[in-house]
Design a protein around this ligand. Structure first.
Ligand SMILES: [Zn+2]
Length: 476
């Protein structure tokens, strides 16, 4: 414990016409320490096990414990909203969380831990608050996290415990703490100048922004995308390889030409943004058109992604569900428990709230690449999630793909390596592995995808990507 004793560093007198009065000014420092949620699976969290035994249906933090490296944050004067850290002289929009270590002293298993540097609180500031994740960006600071009056002591320490909402009481009793109100800091019993608060799944819901219609339009403006028609698609054999989900309207728009056909897919390399060849004025809804061997579709992402953001209203179900992207004839299949982390770490989060916190760029990137490669079904295992693994899914810029299907070519490929020996090695040689190789290449050529941040169980493997491909899109 340092500095519970006031440390006067100066004094000032009041205004000229006022009676002279000495006011003690204390140089105040505040240190935040964030303790990330421990894993629930494999009996790693004794508090979870006490509550649910070996029942894994309620697990939330699995596979990869929560950590916050590189998570943006700012600390503000809670009253004026001015940023006090990073300091104005640094000219930084936000700071990033670093300095990770770990602890197992909180009776619920191993936790990653981040100590923020001590923050100097300017003399004219009485209350401070944090903004973290997307909420730290200068144009979107709407949710003050842990607004709190800084005590008049030289150095206060604030402990933030990330935990499941259903374990708050148990955590409190086992650690001899009161259960603080939502989004508040409470004094830590028996420790002078120490405070604590709970960062649960419901609080993450308030921190993390929904992507609104205007966000979608801004991040994913309408565009025309192109692909090569499949070899073998011809009027002589118009039904060759007709996509099972192709609607009559789309076939009509193609003048009887089937959008898919048997044979090798001709890959023409990544193309995003502008169309390859000029097209007639696009129809308001997506309808593929064909010029020569090139097929084009105009995509208004706000409309095309609407079925995703409309799904799961009021639902907290862990059952698998599918969303049809009619404009592109692609099925998105969310596997069982795909949103378990968002649901099980909170009391209230719904499927729709989790989906709406996932950047439209993630869905647009994977749909664009899939369409160009004639992939008509993608299985997804995770989108926005507040408390698992790195900052990427917490900020809604990550998406996990577990399976790809091309029903015409009978490619059904599960993105799962056979052993650790596959890590860092080339994609499998079969048609499915090569399809994934092209998908990987396509995504890496997409300007909206974060360069180098597509992880697979083979190429560009990093822990823990043995069972899915992770894609990261750019932050806002
Ligand atoms: Zn991921």
């Amino acid at each position: 414990m340092t500095g519970s004793t006031p440390n006067p560093v100066g004094s000032m007198s009041s205004g000229q016409n006022m009676p002279t009065q000495q006011v003690t000014v204390i140089s105040r420092l505040v240190s935040f320490v964030i303790y990330c949620a421990p894993r629930d699976d494999h009996g790693l969290n004794p508090m979870y096990t006490t509550l649910y035994g070996g029942d894994d249906r309620h697990t939330g933090v699995t596979d990869s414990a929560s950590y916050l490296n590189n998570m943006p944050y700012v600390i503000v004067d809670a009253d004026t909203k001015k940023v006090i850290y990073p300091t104005p002289s640094s000219h930084k929009e936000f700071e990033k969380i670093q300095s990770v270590s770990s602890t197992n002293t909180l009776r619920d298993g191993q936790r990653k831990m981040h100590a923020l540097p001590p923050i100097h609180i300017p003399d004219d500031v009485s209350r401070i608050a944090l903004h973290i994740a997307n909420d730290s960006f200068h144009y979107s600071r709407t949710f003050q996290l842990f607004p709190w009056t800084v005590p008049d002591v030289a150095h206060s320490k604030v402990h933030i415990y990330e935990l499941r909402s259903d374990l708050r009481e148990r955590f409190s009793s086992q650690n001899h703490l009161p259960n603080p109100s939502d989004n508040t800091l409470a004094a830590k019993p028996g420790a002078a100048a120490e405070y604590f608060g709970y960062l649960d799944g419901d609080l993450w819901l308030r921190i993390s922004h929904e992507f609104t219609d205007s966000d979608i339009t801004r991040l994913c403006p309408p565009e025309t995308i192109s692909r090569n028609l499949l070899a073998g698609a011809s009027q002589a054999n118009p039904l060759a390889g007709v996509h099972p989900q192709t609607t009559p309207v789309q076939q009509e728009a193609l003048g009887g030409m089937a959008p898919h056909a048997d044979g090798l897919h001709a890959y023409v390399g990544p193309i995003t943004g502008a169309p390859v060849i000029s097209a007639p004025t696009p129809a308001p809804t997506a309808q593929p058109s064909v010029v020569g061997s090139v097929e084009q579709v105009h995509v208004d992402w706000l409309a095309t992604l609407a079925p995703i953001y409309a799904a799961g209203e009021g639902s907290r179900s862990m059952a698998p569900f599918t969303i049809e992207i009619g404009d592109m004839a692609i099925t998105l299949a969310f596997i069982s428990r795909a949103l378990a982390n968002a649901i099980n770490t909170s009391t209230n989060t719904t499927i729709q709230q989790a989906l709406r916190r996932t950047s439209p760029r993630t869905f647009a990137a994977i749909l664009r690449a899939a369409w160009r490669l004639h992939i008509d079904k993608l299985s997804l295992s995770s989108s926005w999630r507040p408390m698992l693994g790195s900052r990427l899914h917490k900020m809604g810029v990550g998406l996990d793909v577990t399976e790809i299907d091309d029903s015409v070519d009978h490619v059904n490929f599960t993105i799962h390596n056979h052993s650790h020996a596959d890590r860092g090695h080339a994609f499998p040689q079969g048609s499915g592995g090569q399809k994934l190789a092209r998908l990987y290449q396509e995504l890496n050529g997409d300007s909206e995808v974060m360069h180098g941040a597509v992880y697979t169980p083979w190429v560009n493997w990093v822990e823990p990507h043995d069972t899915h491909m992770h894609i990261t899109v750019k932050d806002e």
